[in-house]
Design a protein around this ligand. Sequence first.
Ligand SMILES: Nc1ncnc2c1ncn2[C@@H]1O[C@H](COP(=O)(O)OP(=O)(O)OP(=O)(O)O)[C@@H](O)[C@H]1O
Ligand SMILES: [Mg+2]
Length: 747
Amino acid sequence: MAVTFLKRKSIFFRSVFLVIVPIALLATVSILIILYFDSSRRIENSKESFSNDNELIAKTIQNQLWSLDRDSVAETVRNLVAIDSYAWIEVRDQAGFNLIVGEAIEEDGLLVNELPLRSPDAHSSEDFGMIRFGRRIQENSLTQPRLLLQEVSILAVGILAVGALILALIWREFIRPMAEISHQIRSTRGRINELYVSVDDPPHEIAILLDSFNGLRENYITEEKRAGDAQIRLQNAVRITGLASCIVNPESREIVSFDENFSDLHGVGHQGENTEQIATLWEGVIKVSCMTLENFHERGGNAQYEEVIEIETEKFETRKLRRAFQVRWTDESETAIVDVVVQDVSRINFLEEKLRQTQKMELVGNLAGGIAHDFNNILAVIMFQLEFLQEIIEDATHLKEIDVVLEAAERGADLTQNMLSFSHAEDVQVKSVNYHDVANSILRWVRRVLPDNIEVFDDIPSSIWRISADESIAVTTLLNLIINARDAMDDGGRITISARNICVGTADRELVDQGISPGEYVSVSVQDTGSGIPKSKIAKIFDPFFTTKSAGVGTGLGLAMVMSFTKQFGGHVTVNSVVNEGTTFTLYYRVFHSERNAERRNQEVVEKGRASTRSILLVEDEPVLLAKMATFLTQSGFEVLIAKSGDEAAEIFSKSQKFDLLITDVAMPGNLQGHELFKHAKSLDPDLKGIFTSGHSNFPTDLSPSWDSCTSFLRKPFRRKALLSAVAEVSGDVDKSGSQMMKIHPS
Ligand SMILES: Nc1ncnc2c1ncn2[C@@H]1O[C@H](COP(=O)(O)OP(=O)(O)OP(=O)(O)O)[C@@H](O)[C@H]1O
Ligand SMILES: [Mg+2]
């Protein structure tokens, strides 16, 4: 109690009680002890000198008495008593002499000494009297309380004076500056930034204290600024990444606090949310927090835990949440809380998925690019040979059969083309396509090849707008959907293909949300009454290589191509499916606004080309194709010279032979490739024109842009008509747009 009381008191108070009073007591006791020992010593000394004195006096008086000189005795005694220190002296002998000189025989406070009086004869041991002295001992503090009081009082006053001096010093040097400092601190009301403490003429120690304090304040301001910056950075990071967080107290099984992102993610306060799902999510957060803490305690394990969970939203979208749990001990108490950070990783997963898909596409593209060159060369020979056969055979039935084979070869060429387009190895040529014609041309033969238990209905009005697409790709896309529908209807059913003109406005939320931007479209639906697609698989069906068909039956590329192609034309694909009821795929094609009749123009150019070009040097490393092309061109009225490689052609040019046109393959064995050969030949003959042929899509294109007008490109395999069109085009007789040819553009 006393200690507490003292603890709370000011330094002044404590100085008095803890320093001055104990010093005063200690000093008093010490001085008293010193006085005591000193006076005892003095009394001892007095006693000794008294007994010596007394013995001398006793001898003198003994002699005087022996000689019966009693007057002298009396005289001596009186003289002695006259001395202050003797209170009284008593002398007696056997002869009846009895002398007492002095005050009352009072023994208190006196040193009493009794000595025998003997005969001077040395042999006599008989006493003949005695003498007693009552002598005052010297006054001192021990024997005199008054004196003692006096001494202690003087001592106390001295000590108090010194104490007061010390206190005054403490007050001036310490207490006053401290009071001033605390006043300054209090007046800032906790705003440490504004606090700069200073005191007039402070003692060294206080000055050091002030320096440290003001230094601390500087540090605080710097740290506060740093903390502020860090907090802003953290807030920005949380806002940008959408990180959500909350704090869980596992002991009370409560979510103590949470931020806005957390409430957004977990649907707090959102009307119409799936409350059951929200409750499960919250319970989940608490459960895993408790588990993390338990695991940490029991196994001395990691104070962290991470997991990824999948949730389904009201709109049946699957969301992936990454949740991280971190155990933390609170400062004030020994309870552990758990920090929970939640991140919606659906988008990241989606992008990762996209990246994987792109990589797969690239793989397919590389494979396709690799085989395209050779495959197209083979197809070119087949097509040329077939067209040749068509000319020499007259039997109508055989001609029809050749038509079928030719069509198949063309489809093969289209397939290679599609593979290249799919992998984005090449830019797709967007043209105006009459979808009504395209769909009907497919439906004519599709009906024949589908099993009898599958009915096909179509509703494609001729009034539908022309679309922006590539015709062969549009055909492949529709075929893919029809084949999928067929495969989904093992026991038969109905396929309905319909097309409509539609305008998507910003208000068409459902379509816009699905990724269809506002504009004019032709929507093409392929609906079946097949098995349908389960919800769990619907998100994956557009992935490359996703198939539920057995190996060798499906590659899983069909829908991936459909999606890729349609998107390349600025369109989109949606799917709607109910298990055991059927599936509807809808293609959205953008409308083509400037239509041209390319067919008719092609027809015109063939004739014109033949008129302005005469001599052609034809270079091709595939001997059969070389022969077929040469024959055809000769038959078409051109003078044709052939070469099997670039080197051989260069030799022909160096013999200063002149040609109107060079038709050359791009990739050939030997030193000179197609474009190098053309450059070389052009340096010899600036008027030379060139046509490049290739089965490969991405050949080197380092020709001068100024040669744009005198060069053209033909992708193998090509029809004879296309070859003639190209000849006409480079001859400068015709507008190039709309033909089957593609310009070479330097990269
Ligand atoms: N109309 C449909 N009805 C039911 N399921 C379908 C339908 N269309 C596609 N699917 C499902 O989507 C999967 C992927 O289709 P996709 O066309 O990409 O590949 P595939 O048909 O399996 O193989 P490929 O087209 O290469 O021969 C199919 O395996 C099938 O499970
Ligand atoms: Mg398919």
